[in-house]
Design a protein around this ligand. Structure first.
Ligand SMILES: [Fe+2]
Ligand SMILES: [Fe+2]
Length: 157
């Protein structure tokens, strides 16, 4: 097999965190008529990211004492984000709650991202080597490709 540039899972996760921040910055500047479209992008990106972490990253973290302790809280935070995403999805951008819930979502995501990139990433680096992180990166990409059709479908419901 040809050698392609392998990327470790932490770099992939970090890059997606930056993309999501970008999406939040864009929806804040968006015109009213475009809010729905922008929200759909956030919905898709966050769901793909969180589900892939739950399938690949968090199970790997459960393998080590140093990282296992972070999984439960991280999953709870994902659940909080999921609930908010579904609540916002059920609203019209013109609903008074839309902006409020969107701010709540942004805050919840920010908090979770900070936790992952500080405590969680450094604990992970203590127990997983570069090779494992690269393999997990490949699994992460595969998981996302598999999840994508379902998440797209959820958007049209
Ligand atoms: Fe996460
Ligand atoms: Fe994340």
């Amino acid at each position: 097999m040809a050698k392609t540039k392998a990327t470790d899972i932490l770099s992939l996760i970090e890059a997606e965190h930056r993309q999501v921040e970008q999406l939040f910055a864009e929806i804040e500047k968006a015109k009213k008529g475009k809010l729905h479209e922008h929200f759909n992008q956030i919905y898709k990106a966050l769901n793909l990211h969180a589900r892939a972490e739950e399938l690949v990253f968090y199970p790997a973290m459960r393998e080590y004492d140093e990282t296992e302790e972070y999984v439960e809280e991280a999953e709870q935070e994902h659940e909080e984000v999921s609930v908010l995403l579904e609540e916002i999805k059920a609203l019209q951008p013109t609903d008074s709650q839309f902006q409020e819930k969107l701010s709540e979502l942004k805050e919840a995501v920010q908090h979770h991202v900070e936790e992952e990139e500080s405590e969680i990433f450094s604990a992970v680096r203590e127990c997983m080597d570069e090779q494992q992180l690269t393999e997990l990166g490949q699994e992460f990409q595969k998981a996302k490709a598999k999840l994508e059709p379902d998440i797209e479908a959820a958007l049209t419901r």
